[in-house]
Design a protein around this ligand. Sequence first.
Ligand code: NAD
Length: 250
Amino acid sequence: MGRLDGKVALISGGARGQGGAEVRLFTREGARVIFGDVLDDQGRELEAEVRAAGGDARYVHLDVTNESDWEEAVGTAVQLYDRLDILVNNAGIVRRYSIEETPREVWDEVMAVNSTGVFLGTKHAIPVMRRSGGGSIVNISSISGMIAIGAPAYNASKGAVRVFTKVTAVEHAKDNIRCNSIHPGPIDTPMIREGHADPEAAEQQRLSLVPLGRLGTVEDIAYGVLYLASDEAAFVTGSELVIDGGFIAQ
Ligand code: NAD
């Protein structure tokens, strides 16, 4: 028996990285998964891979900053399964500038994807979840949403997700919709190397700050998302799950 048997999930930013791992794990655990991204080729490849392995996954083009893309993605869940039980707001970008060097357009871009994208997904998922009898929303924030780690727009956008999660949890508890945030530390995905002049040195510097002495894997995060998405977490809402190898415990 799978931990997500009978559930329908929508995952943003699912073509690669952590989102890709969640697509694979969720389908292995019995969920029917719709996942979206702006990387259409990678998304379609992953859909084919999951289907070949016997999983039920459907890729849709989803730019999380585009409200009508969200309407279509949620509409796909309704059309195919007439329900939605799980939303994972995973899509994200990082831009590494100091406050003084951050162009206004970059600030707006990071906020649009990382914060507004979460709001739009939540807004459009809630009515369908309510009709389905409830649901679980898992927002991927970051330890950068809790402490300053040198990417100001990213930090602010992830901090917004942290508090928006609690607002969602409180406002929609009456609908049996739970909402929690996950706060990954440095995870071994393309993002961790993006925007660094010397990616190798940046990785070593991050590693030196992780008590467990390694980068996190995409599975380390996916299993946390799975727990919060599943009925095992039925009494968990408005909470923060830090998965960071001990980074912020120091
Ligand atoms: P990643 O870059 O591999 O994955 C991010 C995904 O989001 C990509 O598939 C990308 O195409 C997609 N995306 C970007 N803009 C989008 C948009 N406008 N619409 C839809 N999809 C879009 O990196 P990842 O590590 O897998 O990141 C997943 C989440 O984890 C992000 O929210 C990220 O901020 C967060 N996170 C990552 C780390 C890390 O160290 N890698 C740490 C903490 C938090």
